[in-house]
Design a protein. Sequence first.
Lengths: 272, 314
Amino acid sequence: MPATLNPEDLDAEQRAALEELLFRLADDEYVHGERLIEWQIYAPTLESDLALANVAQDEFGHARLWYDLLEELGHTEAELIWERPADEFRHATLVELPFAEGDWADVVLRSYLYDAAERLRLDALVDTSYAPLADRVGKVLSEERYHLENAQSWLDRLAEGDSRDRVQDALDRLFPHALSLFAEPEHEAAIVDNGFRTMSTADLRIEWLETVIPYLESLGLDVPEPDEVERPSARGRDGTHTDHWDELAAEFRRTYDELEAPEPARIGRERV
Amino acid sequence: MDLETVKERAGPRQFAPKDDMPEEYRKAATRMIQFHANSEVMGGYLEKPFIRQAPSIDRKLAFSAKVQDEIGHAQLLYRAAESLGVKTRDEMLDELARGDGKFLNCFHYPMESWHEVPMIAFFVDGAAMHRQATLKNTSWTPYAHAMDKVCFEEGFHVKHGESMLSELMNGSKATQEKTQAAFETWWPRIIQFFGPTNDKSVHNDFAQEVGLKTKSNDELRDTFLDTYVPKAEKYGLVVPEYPRIEYDEELDTYHVNEDDLNWDEFWTIAKNASEGSHEQINSRAQAQEAVEWVRESMHGWEGASGAGTPQAAD
């Protein structure tokens, strides 16, 4: 079915559902990018530095695309990024966790868990009923494929030999946070009934588990049992976050606050 | 080739890896290109925190791309330096981590606020562009090729730097004052970017004789001032009284009074011996040491294809 819905067609319930879906997409990408850039200049080699910077910029670029869709619904960049209370961000806690110094296993494993989820989530948006979303999914999906390949080829190598323990540590630490990627949205019924997403969150979760568990096990890693794992109290999707998030949000808003809330500059494109 | 022949033949893109170059030339060229490559890394190091602190998503993207470009330039330049057969890239990166690798004076100072960012992103990068444009005519062909790509990308950086400066100087009175204060702090360092005056420069004469450099430090500094003094004034910055900048009517060029600059500080920095040198070299070295285990793992993968050493996607 072709995407037929546009911003002006939405009633209040549809709008709330769509916004919830978009905030999750945008916030995940933005915060993931914000952590990835910590590795610029610090990656193990010049080549991996360049590859990582590419991925981080893709994530920021995707975040910008999704925030643009929220701007079409009447929000401003200032409201969306610079002035939104930290506890209204909806990203999963997986992407807000800081990296321990030198923990390249974390960035590789985190990227894999995240990119695998992102790919499934985007696949379920290809046939969305919301036209502005349908227009953008293809480009994002093609870039995410490269991210997933990049993460997997690193993981294939790091899971061999002495570095496997580091990967296992990262997996034990990150897996409980990754499960929060699939917390059911408040407006799940409206998201699915209106065809904004063509697969339920519960089914996405199952598909993700069926993808990542066999792959990680094939590398000789022990994957925690999803239903038995001890989950962190902060879930991200509901606005609860780890303490690291407040710190990160304060850092990226430092200049904006210091300059007394300037209109966020656009480079080479018009404001919607 | 003997040194006399090198001097006779010296000219733009005259020498390439197939030529049998004398040791003096190879060493001088390595020193110069390695310095340039190191500067790209250390410049990126200084700018990196401002990817996070950029006050709009577009600026964040542009700044992340800029830091990525600096690493790309370093990669190209280390390759150009390696082509002289004196040092490998790993040796040069080790020297940088150990504190033996030299780099631009401006990147030895800490940068703490967004008001300082255009001092690097506009003025220092502008100065670098100015110098690099002349290096497209350097005699070592791989270096000249690297300059073609570097200059192309730096053009975007300087434009972005200019737009940041313009935004700040159109901000609140307090913002303008902080930007002016940052300018006053950075201005003498920016002038010293071009190195010591000709009479005090150790390497200048030889580098010019063999065509590695095509313009002297003094010529570059003067022509930089001709362009950037008016630009600073255009955005409402006031050029500090000291160092005195004099306009030479006869030659139609600005000229700095060298004695007004702090050369003790410059030479301390040139030895990597300032407080900022220690801070910046050591924190980068520490971060690199922390991923030594990854590089060690990678040694075991050599010969294997794919993303063990991933290339940039585009």
